[in-house]
Design a protein around this ligand. Structure first.
Ligand code: SAM
Ligand code: SF4
Ligand code: F3S
Length: 484
């Protein structure tokens, strides 16, 4: 095993026009391998997909799971399965480190189960340095593929079963979207829906455009068709996914092109869909049209995730974000005036090269003025290949930590001041699960994304119900079910 040879699969196979049918044939072939393995093991082979990244990564995992189910695996959440797939993220270094940690663990399972297969895919695999490291130090991995060729998972599985070598297939880009492959959703009643892939923004710290490629929008008719299929399958809440949904449509032929505001309106019209969310919007592109559409359509969730990243104009410019602190605050003001019950959440990076305490004070000023309902704060992570990695004035760790803690305190204070606004009101809640800690409670989500816990049982899962919010506990409410 340790001397495993390597096959670069991308030198063997090509991309075709009838890719969906071609992949379906590989699923049939892979199913035959599974029948043979089932006989050998005297039980159904198991597979487990572990997701490390964002909502888009999670949606990709559902596509992988769909194919695994189709070919006959029993899906588990246990890494001691017959097949384990790590769907990686590389947005920050700690995401990379988590994957290497897990590989250490899973190699011990594989030693006891020689038939076990391990695959790695996702954003981290698009980086040559990760591939080199795996080739050198993790030779027990059986299959590696990237973000652009996930559609050919079934084909790669067949190559993997046919060989005892490490299969590597990484594409640098793709300009086609393969539709209609199987998907197995984590939740029966809610689903992500990709409206676009990739990113053209090249924020100077961010690896995503390099590992996900240029922005490509799906055709509106394909998106609506998927929304209709999801609704027919019991989905009530859809989250439209893209790195910057506001630039949806760019690159589509003129006769197909519609704005994101028009698209979300069309998705809301799909029978059975009761709530529509989206993620993420870049502040530079959020249109007045979209704000009005959200305001006027109660089906659109009262939640906008609007990444600030920094409140300092100097840093924003170096980040290549194309807006100023003042633009951002004006936008927040416009949103809050038009949609008073909206929750605005954000992402902030601390420790970007050249950032001083004064810059962080500017960020803190925006946090106070924008009064975010929640903010995800990240310590800047240097990503090889991005422009910021080459900036000379990287900030010492000590200083970053001090600034990070200072910001975190304000973020928590403002979020706390915002919470509780809805105490005493009745809200529409989509019930998601039985409460993890108390099985006499269920947990659901309000339109503005806030969690609510209230007495109930599993029969409520997937239903929209009215809940009276008795008490706010910071980031969640407790309440009780109201009569419809
Ligand atoms: N496209 C989304 C947007 O612009 O709103 C962001 C997607 S990114 C996957 C999620 C968040 O990760 C970003 O908003 C940013 O705050 C953070 N992030 C990206 N690159 C980072 C880096 N090099 N170091 C720390 N945080 C980073
Ligand atoms: Fe990264 Fe910026 Fe694209 Fe978001 S918009 S994915 S932060 S490059
Ligand atoms: Fe998402 Fe991480 Fe890739 S945040 S797009 S999975 S680098």
């Amino acid at each position: 095993m340790s001397n495993k040879d390597i096959i670069f699969a991308n030198q063997i196979t090509e991309y075709t026009d009838n890719e969906t049918e071609r992949q379906q044939q590989f699923m049939v072939k892979a199913h035959e391998y599974l029948i043979a393995l089932e006989k050998e093991l005297s039980r159904k082979p198991t597979a487990c997909v572990i997701t490390f990244g964002c909502q888009m990564n999670a949606r990709d995992s559902e596509k992988l799971t769909g194919i695994l189910k189709e070919i006959g695996y029993e899906i588990t959440e246990n890494e001691d399965s017959d097949f384990v797939i790590y769907n990686t993220c590389t947005v920050r270094d700690n995401a990379d480190q988590r994957v290497f940690g897990r590989l250490g663990l899973v190699s011990s399972y594989k030693k006891k189960k020689p038939w076990m297969k391990i695959a790695l895919c996702g954003c981290m695999m698009q980086e040559q340095v990760s591939i080199e490291k795996i080739k050198k130090s993790y030779r027990f991995v059986d299959l590696i593929f990237g973000t652009f060729n996930l559609f050919k998972f079934a084909e790669l599985l067949c190559t993997m079963y046919d060989s005892d070598r490490m299969i590597i297939d990484i594409w640098r880009e793709s300009n086609k979207i393969v539709e209609d492959l199987p998907v197995a959703r984590k939740y029966s009643f809610k689903s992500g829906l990709n409206i676009m892939f990739g990113c053209n923004n090249f924020c100077s710290y961010c690896i995503v455009p390099y590992v996900r490629g240029r922005e490509k929008s799906r055709l509106p008719k394909d998106i609506i068709r998927e929304a209709e299929k999801l609704a027919a399958d019991g989905v009530k809440e859809i989250m439209l996914l893209g790195q910057n949904v506001n630039s949806y449509g760019i690159g589509l032929a003129e006769e197909d092109r519609i704005s994101f505001a028009q698209l979300i309106t069309e998705v809301c019209k799909v029978d059975g869909i009761e709530r529509v969310r989206f993620m993420s919007s870049h502040p530079k592109d959020l249109s007045d049209e979209l704000i009005e559409v959200i305001r006027d359509n109660p089906k659109i969730a009262r939640h906008i995730h609007l990444a600030l990243q920094s409140g300092s104009n100097r840093i924003l410019q170096r980040m290549n974000r194309h807006y100023t602190k003042e633009d951002f605050l004006l936008l927040v003001d416009k949103i809050r005036t038009q949609i008073p019950d909206v929750a605005i959440t954000t992402d902030i990076i601390v420790g970007f090269p050249g950032e001083t305490e004064e810059d962080v004070d500017q960020t803190i000023d925006v946090v106070k003025k924008a009064a975010f309902e929640n903010a995800f704060t990240f310590i800047y992570s240097k990503r090889t290949g991005t422009p910021a990695a080459g900036f000379e004035d990287q900030v010492p760790e000590e200083e970053v930590k001090k600034n990070f803690n200072k910001l975190l305190e304000v973020v928590q204070e403002t979020a706390h001041a915002q919470s509780g606004k809805f105490e005493g009101t009745n809200q529409r809640v989509l019930v998601e699960e039985v409460n993890e800690h108390d099985n006499l409670l269920v947990t659901g989500r309000m339109s503005n994304n806030t969690l609510v816990h209230f007495p109930g049982d599993a029969s409520l899962i997937g239903k929209f119900v009215n809940v009276h919010l008795d008490k706010c506990h910071g980031f969640y409410y407790t309440g009780k079910l109201e009569e419809e």
